[in-house]
Design a protein. Sequence first.
Lengths: 364, 254
Amino acid sequence: MNKVSDDISKDLKDQPKFTTDIGEKDQDHHSFDLGEQTTLKKIQHFLHGNPTIVPVIILILSVIAFGFIAGGKFFSAFNLSLIVQQVTIVGILAAAQTLIILTAGIDLSVAAMMVLASVFMGKLSVEMGVPTLPAIAVGFISGIATGAFNGLLVTRLRLPPFIVTLGTWNIFFALVIFFTGSQSIRSSDIEINAPLLHFWGERINLGGFVFTYGAFLMIGIFVFLWFLLNKTAWGRHVYAIGDDKEAAELSGIRTDRMLVSIYAVAGLVVAIGAWVSIGRVGSVSPTSFYEGNLDSITAVVIGGTSLFGGRGTIIGSLFGALIVGVFSSGLSIAGLDVLWQRFALGCLIIVAVGIDQWIRKVSA
Amino acid sequence: MQPVLVANKLSKKYGKVVALDSADLELYPGEVLGVIGDNGAGKSTLIKVLCGAVIPDSGEILLDGNKVTFTSPIEARKLGIETVYQNLALSPALSITDNMFLGREIRQKGFMGSFLKFLDKKAMADEARKRLSDLGLLTIQNINQLVETLSGGQRQGVAVARATSFGTKVVIMDEPTAALGVKESRRVLELIGEVRSRGIPIILISHNMPHVFEVADRIHIHRLGTRLCVIDPKKHEMSDAVAYMTGAKQPPQD
């Protein structure tokens, strides 16, 4: 019987306690095994109650490890702030991805949605003479619409999110190629016609640490979503749907409507990411962020959110994205080939999911 | 006395299979009505019609004497017919409070609540604690505990507390003791008594004859898609009930 229900259940307290009632002395030959097991169980329970701890520990350990491996260069203010800059886009995509994965879904199309939104922003403002703000608004609408489209397919046609977004990934990518004719919009053209698109790429120097405005925006998005998920009914319903959709429906939640709204909110977050990405990359390239879909899923999974839905935290995904950034940066400063960075990341994903499964056994 | 809930000649066909054949049911104020029947007798269809999960082909439902129609459990619930499902319909990863108010959350007053939609977690926790202690479930100490850490009986308690908390007129309980051990079943039977003592009538569906005979005031026996008879558990033996249910014995004429 596990520890937590032991604490709360009077019924169980009435039952004989193993050590006190039966006698400790008879159990001496077991004591070593039992002691070890309870420590492990305690850890398991602690992690179950505090799912964000795992990515935090991994982040701290990896920073320390790479400090040793890569030396002082890794710890330089410049490098640490570079890591944050580099994870900005994947971090924002991971924030959107977390919403979807919490509902027990998955979104393979986030990066394609983002590039499509950035194409609308760039194309309209740079090549068609639309003022920048309305162009950005169209990009936002594109994000919301593509997200809601995914949500409608998932709820109306009852298709698995994996299949829906595998399809829309290709559709959105094809639309990007159609609208751009495979041509990038150059950074210099954006600077002349729509400098506002570069806003989030502006840098600010804080005592050697160089941050882009986009990095702050990313943090802001995570904080906002944290409030949304934890302080509002909407957020509680996201968890309820991912936990047990049928139970949520019977509790009076309109699950289909909720799901469409979740996909639409994720789409809006992705569209904000599109604006930030123009600042980060400089240009609008139809073939950029091709791996963004999988990178965002990686960050969410490493951040401790369960792929089976209902469990996880939005802040965990921020740590997940930072861990990926620390690994790439540390391994490249240590002089390892890119292939070993991928190798290490792959191991990290499997370990993260393994830990998640282990923690979930607590309630089984 | 006017019945709280009346089912009048409800019929439901699935293709050629007749699940309900103009079935009747009456539930009186403050009583526990046991519903028993052999497998395939149509009792689960009857219950699904009453809780809104199945729409009948014909017949009518009266609540407090007024004809009502609903097309989903949510609509039935709005009218005051609450159902405790066999699987309880709780979200294990959410807290007791979150579960009790799922879909009916209390928002904070003023700007924070109406504009920012912030939840009033304290009000919800206080209310949840009050509801649970009303039902004698104070052994649950931490109201923000996750439901998955509760025992089966405690979960049943949370589901019942939720079902009786929102201006409820009727509670339907589907096999509440099926998944529980002896001790926990006992607690749930006490809980049913507790709900009845607060004046809320209960329809109890169960395969467990001793449990039905213990708590029910009247027992509705369902057979071949319709009501065979209603018996008083004090005047009939359990073996009689089983005999009526299976058709081995003719029901009493009253």
